[in-house]
Design a binder for this molecule. Structure first.
Ligand code: SF4
Ligand code: FES
Length: 236
């Protein structure tokens, strides 16, 4: 339903959804009201990211019940992450300037949307997961180790994180994320540090190609392929 609404230009707010991943239904922010003519006025709240579109379904995206549910979600998130710009802006949009709950004594930008762990699982690495309970729940390496041993430094988690909670640093030869430092492979053509050695090895195993396939960066690979095709068409 979320997809259909977006195609129709109707905005439904989301926090745990990413088009590259399976819907999860974790944040409850995309809640909408649905009914059908044969339901005799009965309606129910559903999460748009998980609910399938059906012929005859009537969807209301801004009823008072919908708005109130989203307000509760944002009020709670504001208590956990009172300094996080994305949450502050969304909460303000729903008329909340201050949370009505007890403010987290250790504010965090992690809203526990689960996108980072899901993308890591999706890639097949599963280097990080949720740890602890209650207000102390956080995303961490297994067994709260200093650095996740299976991490390949691909940055997928940092890229999907909606609040930029996952930070990393990169120099010409290294990348550091989750407390782990990786050596970067540099493209022999343009010199760009484009992939970690661990990610190249992982991708080579997964795609059953030699590791040397990842020597060149994607752009130089494309240029080389285009050059080969041009050469072939000249000789052909
Ligand atoms: S670190 Fe970012 S992506 Fe992961 S759960 Fe927290 S907010 Fe979501
Ligand atoms: S976006 Fe649908 S529940 Fe989070």
């Amino acid at each position: 339903m979320l997809e259909a609404a977006r195609q129709a230009g109707i905005r439904i707010p989301t926090l745990c959804h990413h088009e590259a991943l399976e819907p999860y239904g974790g944040c409850r922010l995309c809640v909408v009201d649905v009914t059908r003519p044969e339901w005799d006025g009965w309606n129910k709240l559903v999460v748009a990211c998980l609910y399938p579109v059906e012929d005859g379904l009537i969807v209301h995206t801004d009823t008072e019940r919908v708005m109130e549910t989203r307000r509760v979600v944002l009020d709670l998130l504001l208590a956990r992450s009172p300094n996080t710009p994305l949450i502050r802006d969304l909460a303000r949009e729903y008329g909340i300037d201050r949370t009505s709950y007890e403010v987290n004594p250790e504010p965090t930008d992690c809203i526990l949307c689960g996108l980072c762990t899901r993308v890591c699982d999706h890639i097949g690495v599963s280097a990080i997961s949720a740890a602890n309970r209650g207000a102390g729940r956080e995303i961490a390496p297994p067994f709260m180790e200093d650095a996740p041993p299976d991490c390949i430094g691909c940055l997928a988690c940092a890229e999907v994180c909606p609040t930029d909670h996952i930070t990393y640093t990169q120099t010409i030869g290294t990348r550091t994320i989750w407390g782990k430092t990786f050596e970067m492979l540099r493209c022999p053509e343009c010199g760009r540090a484009h992939i970690t050695r661990e990610q190249a090895a992982f991708e080579a195993r997964r795609n059953k190609v030699p590791e040397s396939y990842f020597e060149y960066c994607d752009e130089c690979k494309r240029k080389k392929t285009a050059g080969t095709i041009r050469g072939l068409s000249r000789t052909g």
